[in-house]
Design a protein around this ligand. Sequence first.
Ligand code: MG
Length: 157
Amino acid sequence: MRIGHGYDVHRLVPDRALILGGVQVPFEKGLLGHSDADVLTHALMDALLGAAGMGDIGKAFPDNDPAYAGISSLILLDRVMEKLVTAGLRVGNADLTVLAQRPKLAEFLPQMREKLAPRLGIPQERLNIKATTEEGLGFTGSGEGIAAHAVVLLEEN
Ligand code: MG
């Protein structure tokens, strides 16, 4: 078995859609980034690549490459999974945490699970997604940005 950790942050800005775990969440701001800036899926990809010993998403999908401008992070996740499958690895389970003061995310977590679990090749009960605030503290607390952590376990075929 191999364990991996991922962490990511994106800034909240006006006039952008807020995409988290592949789900568009209604909010007055969205995350700024070269792709769709899906911070949760980015943390997940970094955890997967980390566990596989394959570096990080910045190396896999450079943010100066126009091919990735505005791209859905779910497509990037599919590419990460292709690399893992090719390397003889499969996901055991994953545990994700989003840190956001606003908006309230609880009602959207089941949809995120539905979107992400099949892409990871696991049943939904092996993908846990949590959301928390940081009690008004720091950059997530002030609403400047949203952060996400991910931990995954990979198994060798
Ligand atoms: Mg990112």
